[in-house]
Write a protein that binds this ligand. Structure first.
Ligand SMILES: [Zn+2]
Length: 178
């Protein structure tokens, strides 16, 4: 039996991890969903994946979510999936009310959908694609200012900054002439 995490942050993290399973590696788009979420992988929640069916559902959900977050489609399909998420209440030994996901097979899909629900509740614009056009990753902005643009400052942020700096150093003539 899996009890819900008290915080929704874990589900949001799972959602983001799911969205970020199609990184560009050496200029080529890749799909690392099976590596990240299949049994035996080191990632959180991986042990819950018991069936190939769930991997397929997870990939379907990811593809839909990516299209939604990129603004290519509306969220109707994803939102309709929420009807499959069932939470069962119970009172634990300390007297606290707990909610658990009903069913075990679809735990990752259910948790990713709960992550989506939490994101929507707080404002879905906080979940967005990285501003680097060559990057396929997403970011979840938890800052107050809500101005983050990069999946990672260490990679995309610095790369773009360096490129802009280089363009400035190499000079306006090229830019002006183009
Ligand atoms: Zn990026």
């Amino acid at each position: 039996m899996k009890w819900m995490n008290d915080s929704t942050a874990a589900d949001e993290d799972l959602l983001l991890a799911l969205l970020n399973t199609t990184p560009v590696v050496d200029g080529e788009p890749t799909d690392v969903l099976a590596d990240r979420f299949a049994n035996g992988s080191a990632d959180a929640g991986a042990g819950e994946l018991r069936e190939l069916r769930e991997l397929r559902e997870l990939r379907e959900l990811r593809d839909e979510l990516q299209a939604v977050v990129r603004g290519e489609t509306g969220a109707e399909h994803v939102n309709a999936r929420l009807a499959d998420v069932k939470l069962v209440p119970a009172i634990d030994s300390s007297g606290a009310v707990r909610w658990r996901l009903d069913g075990s097979g679809d735990a990752l899909v259910g948790r990713a959908l709960l992550g989506w629900l939490a994101v929507v509740e707080k404002g879905s614009s906080r979940l967005r694609p990285c501003a680097n056009d060559e990057c396929q990753l997403f970011l979840l902005d938890r800052s107050k200012s809500n101005t983050a643009r990069w999946c990672s400052m260490a990679t995309c942020g610095n790369r773009l900054k360096a490129r802009r700096h280089q363009a400035r150093v190499q000079g306006a003539p090229a830019a002006a002439g183009s």
